[in-house]
Ligand binder design. Structure first.
Ligand code: PNS
Length: 168
């Protein structure tokens, strides 16, 4: 007789400074392959982020609030320790171009060595978002360029407030 399947919990970790539509696309698609998805913001003081951890968590919460099986959290220390502590067995990561591959492979193999029971699952970024990153979005808006459609509108508004001086 087959056993009832237990809930599959996934963690989607990242810096999310700030969330882009590429991340959001991954969250949406990832939410279909696990029962519960925790989007986890790394608390890392060394990276000098534009937004504080609480601002990044707030922005994520604003954009995922309509997705029933997605929640937002933050973590520090080892990702695999956090993942195990949450009862999760899947780490979700997105790959945009071949240039992401080496870094992602290194992380996935190290995480597997540290915690063989946790599986890293890669999803290809949506083709419309394969060229965007939080870094490039911040650079473009900071120089007055148009980032419409690349980040959620609430995030664009926050970026404007943070990076652009109000018109005289
Ligand atoms: O969005 P990012 O910056 O590519 O995310 C990187 C992240 C947060 C997934 C990675 O830096 C991480 O997992 N940090 C936690 C510390 C850790 O577990 N390091 C060992 C993994 S190789």
């Amino acid at each position: 007789m087959s056993q009832p399947r237990s809930e599959i919990v996934g963690v989607y970790p990242g810096t999310f400074d700030p969330i882009t539509n590429g991340h959001l696309d991954l969250i949406l698609r990832g939410s279909h392959i696990v029962d519960r998805l925790i989007v986890a913001v790394l608390r890392n003081e060394h990276k000098k982020p534009l937004f504080s951890v609480s601002e990044r968590v707030e922005m994520l919460q604003e954009v995922v609030q309509g997705i029933p099986n997605v929640e937002v959290d933050s973590f520090d220390g080892l990702l695999v320790d956090y993942t195990a502590h949450q009862g999760a067995t899947v780490i979700l990561r997105g790959i945009r171009a071949i240039s992401d591959y080496e870094y992602e492979l290194q992380m996935a193999l190290m995480n597997r060595r540290l915690a063989p029971d946790i599986e890293t699952v890669f999803m290809m970024a949506g083709e419309a978002y394969s060229f965007i990153s939080s870094r490039i979005v911040k650079e473009v808006i900071g120089l007055g360029g148009n980032i419409g459609g690349l980040v959620p509108p609430s995030v664009e508004a926050r970026l404007r407030r943070r990076l652009l001086r109000p018109e005289p």
